[in-house]
Design a protein around this ligand. Structure first.
Ligand SMILES: [Zn+2]
Length: 413
């Protein structure tokens, strides 16, 4: 067994042992090396000596995106600048950028976590890997690249945009693995058809899709359209980038969290209290072995729930959480009903809809590309499954905006 397999199939006892050791040391490390954490602990009356095991984690205060903004450029870093080998940037189009620094070890950790994903997905040196997320400050492109390069695959580091060219390369170089944002494959399918290709005949047979919540129904559509297997790859820049925190269970029971590298808690977004397993809440991450800027109890805004802490049917013993349903700031509350855009997508995709937007203002309007005749059935399903009645409007194919990166399907008026 190589190191990657060993990490994936760590037995429960070993996971607990590593978690325990790394948790204690990362708290001490952050406290000793970062003025930010010393102040945060002091403000919250935390005695670092009292933090001994993962059970003590709730004694620690949360860290937030606001902290990261205030820490610009490197105020939260735990290492001298000479040890930083690169930075990446996370979300937020306005205000102070959120910067995540990496040491050499952090880049290695990123790569290792992605190699676990590649292993589970069965991606090998024989694959031709087309990387469509941007190469730049956003984390997607480079993350995939580090792992694809490490296994000596044929890498096409094409980056974002120019869909016609993407398809030309897929055909000409025989791309077998597509790395992309979850909304991109359907755009590719559309352009491929325009170019005279049947998407199911493109050589792509595996897809690693992430960066935004996408429903199971959308997955069924993508897999059918391309005759390929689509994996959900989680990960956020704050935790080191795409593919770091875990990977989808090969039996599709949810997302396995790499617990030797991250502690995940699910909390009530209002009270911050940890909720029971099975109950939905906000995902809070603690990175256990990142060096430049480990984050303790980071409020991610992602919405999920613990599925299981038992050994999974697939043989992996790392805990399972649900695929990310949405982000707390995408939640819509309408006449007392709470839902996420991905819930509406699930219903639309079931009816074969690929392109849609949800307008939230004075009431809710769902606009989709497709037949007028579908509106009544969609309305009935939304009422039945989600409990509200939106205005529904069908528009002609090609009317709505297309996305090559993260899709913006929720419009608040
Ligand atoms: Zn599993």
């Amino acid at each position: 067994m190589n190191n990657i397999e060993k990490g994936i199939y760590l037995p429960r006892g070993k996971i607990e042992e590593i978690k325990r050791k790394r948790f204690k040391s990362v708290v001490k490390y952050a406290y000793d090396n970062s003025a930010f954490y010393r102040r945060l602990f002091k403000e919250n009356g935390v005695d670092v000596e009292s933090i001994k095991s993962p059970e003590d984690i709730t004694k620690l205060p949360f860290t937030t995106k606001q902290h990261l903004r205030e820490a610009y450029p490197l105020k939260m870093s735990c290492v001298p600048k000479e040890r930083i080998v690169r930075i990446q940037m996370s979300g937020g189009t306005t205000g102070q950028p959120v910067i995540i620094p990496y040491t050499r070890e952090d880049v290695e950790q990123w790569k290792e976590m992605l190699l676990r994903a590649f292993y589970i997905a069965g991606i090998t040196s024989k694959d031709v890997i087309q990387i469509t997320p941007a190469f730049g400050l956003w984390n997607g492109g480079f993350g995939f690249h580090f792992a694809a390069d490490a296994i000596n695959a044929f890498v096409i580091p094409i980056g974002a945009g120019n869909t016609r060219n993407q398809i030309k390369f897929m055909v000409d170089f025989g791309t077998t693995v597509l790395c992309a944002t979850a909304s991109y494959p359907l755009r590719i399918a559309e352009i491929a058809e325009e170019m005279g290709y049947e998407p199911s005949e493109l050589p792509v047979n595996k897809m690693l899709l992430g960066a935004e919540p996408w429903s199971d129904e959308m997955r069924r559509q993508i897999e059918k359209t391309f005759n390929a297997r689509a994996f959900d790859i989680p990960g956020l820049t704050e935790m080191g980038g795409v593919g770091t925190v875990g990977f989808e269970c090969p039996d599709r029971n949810g997302l396995h969290i790499w617990e030797d590298n991250y502690i995940v808690e699910i909390v009530d977004p209002e009270t911050g209290e940890v909720v029971d397993d099975g109950e939905e809440g906000e995902v809070v991450y603690t990175s256990l072995n990142r060096k430049a800027m480990p984050l303790l109890r980071y409020r991610s805004g992602e919405v999920s729930a613990v599925v299981s802490r038992e050994k999974c049917e697939c043989g992996i013993e790392h805990m399972v959480i649900k695929r990310i349903r949405g982000r707390t700031d995408d939640m819509v509350i309408y006449k007392g009903v709470k839902f996420y855009p991905s819930d509406v997508e699930q219903i639309l995709a079931y009816h074969g809809v690929r392109h849609y937007i949800i307008e939230v203002g004075n009431g809710i309007r769902v606009i989709f590309e497709g037949e007028n005749g579908l509106t009544r059935r969609i309305a009935k399903d939304i009422k039945e499954f989600l409990g509200f009645t939106p205005r529904i409007e069908a528009v002609a194919n090609g009317t709505l905006e297309r996305f090559e990166g993260k899709a913006k399907r929720l419009v608040r008026g």
